[in-house]
Design a protein around this ligand. Structure first.
Ligand SMILES: NC(=O)C1=CN([C@@H]2O[C@H](COP(=O)(O)OP(=O)(O)OC[C@H]3O[C@@H](n4cnc5c(N)ncnc54)[C@H](OP(=O)(O)O)[C@@H]3O)[C@@H](O)[C@H]2O)[C@@H](O)CC1
Ligand SMILES: Nc1ncnc2c1ncn2[C@@H]1O[C@H](COP(=O)(O)OP(=O)(O)O)[C@@H](O)[C@H]1O
Length: 291
């Protein structure tokens, strides 16, 4: 059975901000994102996280990515990691990432990392040892395509956020086969590997390992632009860091991302809107729901 997401249900999982919160108790998110070729992905994911309520956001990335984000955002803290010759995070960063992230409520890993042997080693090292909830996106997912079984060894709750191309790569299938049976693909991956799956696209599906399946009802094709998914990962990570369980962190992130984009399309058109524009419409959705 599929359950359609609606705004009332989404906000039943997002509590009002308690008066006695402090930045540490409001949710701490550790983001590992970006590389020389994909500096924007780190900015987009961080922006998504910051706009979704988290008290503390730290971006861990290469010197170039950290330097670049400082020109766009001043709120996140930075952890400057070693890079390889191609400007991607070096595998030697895994120990630092694990040590630092242990003090955070959740991690997002993958947006704009690029893909090489260092990325694969980094992602596998983190997946095997990180004990907090984890969102694995984009190249974090691609890094597993050569050995998906490692997901079964992860000691933590993992949310995967593939689009159909990433899903096909991960499951050694084809985009056509995934597209023909989106529900089957999402359910099977979730059940077989004990993970939460966000299969993106129009009517994004969210599948949990215990067989629940939610279908998103918000969003539009103005989102079909590079970078929309990076923002979504930051939003889901932020909600996860604030204590939502994986199913509802994923579902609320997906719904809010789409609902904001629906307002953006009205004001800017599906043609002209850019991924970060949706973050200017997100506050209206929180406000109309008393948050
Ligand atoms: N500003 C930045 O820094 C940005 C950085 N980004 C970062 O870049 C990294 C790599 O991302 P990417 O876009 O280069 O590769 P990827 O998403 O694998 O697409 C490659 C091919 O896969 C297919 N495909 C894609 N989507 C599909 C779908 N829904 N359904 C079906 N097929 C689909 C499609 O193949 P085609 O149809 O063209 O044959 C497409 O050409 C990643 O880490 C990301 O975070 C981006 O977010 C952009 C902004
Ligand atoms: N036609 C569409 N209708 C609704 N949502 C869409 C559509 N196309 C893309 N999206 C949404 O936009 C986002 C795109 O993510 P993704 O493909 O990972 O892009 P990127 O990697 O460039 O950030 C996803 O949240 C997806 O559900």
């Amino acid at each position: 059975m599929r359950t359609l997401l609606d705004e009332k249900t989404v906000f039943s999982h997002i509590p009002p901000k308690a008066d006695d919160l402090h930045k540490g108790s409001a949710g701490k998110l550790y983001l590992v994102a970006g590389s020389r070729s994909f500096r924007g992905a780190a900015v987009l994911a961080t922006m998504g996280a910051l706009r979704s309520g988290c008290g503390y956001v730290s971006l861990a990335s290469t010197p170039e990515v950290c330097d670049n984000i400082s020109h766009h955002l001043i709120t996140p803290t930075l952890s400057v990691l070693p890079e390889n010759a191609e400007g991607r995070i070096s595998r030697s960063a895994a120990q630092t990432v694990l040590r630092e992230a242990a003090g955070y409520g959740a991690m997002v890993l993958g947006c704009g990392l690029g893909l090489d042997a260092d990325t694969e080693a980094l992602v596998r090292g983190v997946l095997l040892h990180f004990e907090g909830p984890l969102v694995l996106d984009a190249d974090g997912i691609n890094a597993l395509a050569r050995g998906i079984d490692i997901l079964r060894e992860a000691p933590t709750k993992v949310i995967l956020t593939p689009h159909e191309g990433e899903m096909a790569r991960l499951c050694r299938s084809t985009i056509e086969a995934v597209h023909r049976d989106r529900e089957g693909a999402a359910r099977t991956l979730a059940k077989d590997y004990g993970v939460w799956v966000v299969l993106k696209g129009p009517h994004t599906l969210i599948a949990s390992p215990d067989g629940q399946l939610l279908e998103n009802t918000s969003g539009n094709s103005g989102l079909a632009k590079g970078g929309s998914g990076d923002i979504l990962s930051g939003m889901i990570g932020s909600l996860l860091a604030q204590g939502l369980d994986p199913l509802w962190a994923a579902a609320c992130g997906v719904y809010l991302h789409g609902a904001a984009a629906d307002l953006t399309a009205r004001r800017m058109s599906r043609y002209c809107m850019q991924p970060p524009d949706l973050l200017d419409d997100l506050p209206e959705i929180f406000i109309r729901n008393g948050r």
